[in-house]
Each structure stands twice: as C-alpha cells, then as structure tokens.
Design a protein around this ligand. Structure first.
Ligand SMILES: [Fe+2]
Length: 254
C-alpha cells in the first residue's frame, strides 16, 4: 500500500512540475509575427479599425516589432484579392501613423488550399512574405485531395510553403508530419496552442512538434481581442521556453 502512495505522490510531482509556470519570456526574440487577421472587416478577424488598433497596441506591448498580417483567401467564404488586402493595409497603416504607433505592418495572406487555389498557382499573383514564403491552410475535416501535388506545384514556382497550425489538424499524426517535413514544408505553430487553448490534444501535438525540431515559425493567428488578451499567459508557459531553446524559429529572420 505504501508503495502505491509513493507512486501516486511521484505522479503528482510530475504533474505539478509540468504545470509550473516559468518567468515571463516576452516575444521580442521573435521580432516578427507572421499570422494574424487584423485588416478590418474582410474576413473573420478584426471587425473594425478600432479593434485592430487595440490589438496592435497589445502586440507591441508583448514585444513584437513587426506584424505580417494574413487575411484569409478562401473561394467559398472570403473572396479576398491582393488589391483588397493592399487597400485595407494602407488604411490601417494610415491610422497607425495618425495615432503615432510605431510598429512595422505588412500583409500577405492565409491561402485555403482547394481547387480554386491550385488553379491560381503560376497564373495569378500570390501574396508572400520574407523570402517568398507562402502561408497555406487546410480544411480541419480532411486533407486536400491533391495535397502533395499542390505543395510540389508551389515549390516548382519557387514558393516556400508554410503550413499554418499543423498541430490543429486532427488527421495528422507523426507519419504525416514526417512526410510533410521531408517535402520541405515549413511549419507555423499557433501561440495559443502552447497553452492548450484549442484542446489538450493540440497542446500535446505542439509539444511533439517542438521536441522534433519541426517548428519554423510561431504565429499568433490573432482574430480578436479575446485572443490577444491571452498571449501574455503564453510567455510563462514551459512549451514556449522550450520552443525558443530549440533554436528552430525563423521569425527573427524576416
Ligand atoms: Fe489564420
């Protein structure tokens, strides 16, 4: 009986160690955020200029020096174009200047991979950031039918493919992650995955991807003030510290 109590005690120690909060490590080591929805009213992100400004002020406080915001481009729901995004970006930059908020703001897009997207590759302008990185996302229900063909096609057109939040796709397990990395796909983890915001399973997958050295970028994927209010709690999370220690992040190269 004693042995069993000892075992339970050890188990609790392990859990409490896992939950232990560390001292805050702010996001200034990243410099740049590469994923957010801050251009007002063109997708499911910020609804208006006022909200965007509030979020950007918070992100500046968190240590970011530069934001690359990435509105959804999705043929069914968000039929955005480079032109629509550029117009929204200029309005937002103008307001930042009016309010003397000193932060660099650029825009790319988060492309939903479907038939329409695949048709655009090599034919239409696609918005990229940094060294021709393109941010893509998949359905959360199933992988795209031509997933590897689409990735290959993008790479043949000199794009560096960054998969948004790989930890959130329920159909991906270790073998799929390995295969995507073998195909030179860059992985962008969401900040809120570090604190278990989406689910325990997503947090566990995040831990696995960090341990494997697979994460190339951290992104906020910020849609609203509810999200931005939670980023501070990421800074004391053990997984965030482990991600920085892994030295696999490229945010500060942008
Ligand atoms: Fe997103």
């Amino acid at each position: 009986m004693r042995a069993m109590y000892d075992w339970l005690f050890d188990l609790n120690i392990f859990k409490s160690k896992k939950k232990e909060k560390l001292s805050a490590l702010d996001f200034s080591c990243l410099q740049t955020d590469i994923h957010s929805h801050l251009i007002p009213a063109i997708d499911d992100g910020s609804p208006d200029l006022e909200t965007s400004i509030k979020i950007i002020k918070e992100m500046k406080e968190l240590g970011y020096k530069k934001l690359i915001t990435t509105p959804h481009i999705m043929s069914d729901f968000y039929r955005n174009s480079p032109e629509i995004i550029r117009v929204g970006l200029e309005k937002l930059r103008h307001e930042l200047k009016n309010q003397s908020i000193d932060i660099e703001l650029n825009a790319a897009a988060e492309y939903y991979v479907d038939y329409d997207f695949e048709q655009k590759i090599g034919k239409e302008e696609l918005l990229t950031f940094g060294d021709n990185y393109i941010l893509i996302e998949f359905s959360f229900l199933e992988p795209p039918r031509k997933m590897f063909e689409t990735i290959y096609k993008l790479q043949m057109h000199e794009y560096k493919v960054v998969l948004a939040h790989p930890e959130r796709y329920p159909f991906f397990e270790k073998d799929e992650y390995k295969e995507l990395k073998e195909k030179n796909v860059f992985f962008q983890l969401n900040s809120l995955s570090l604190i278990g915001y989406y689910s325990k399973k997503v947090q566990e997958k995040s831990s696995y991807l960090i341990d494997s050295g697979y994460i190339n970028f951290l992104g906020t994927d910020c849609h609203n003030l509810k999200h931005s209010n939670l980023y501070e709690s990421c800074q004391t999370e053990r997984l965030w510290h482990e991600l920085v220690a892994s030295k696999s992040l490229l945010n500060n190269t942008l």
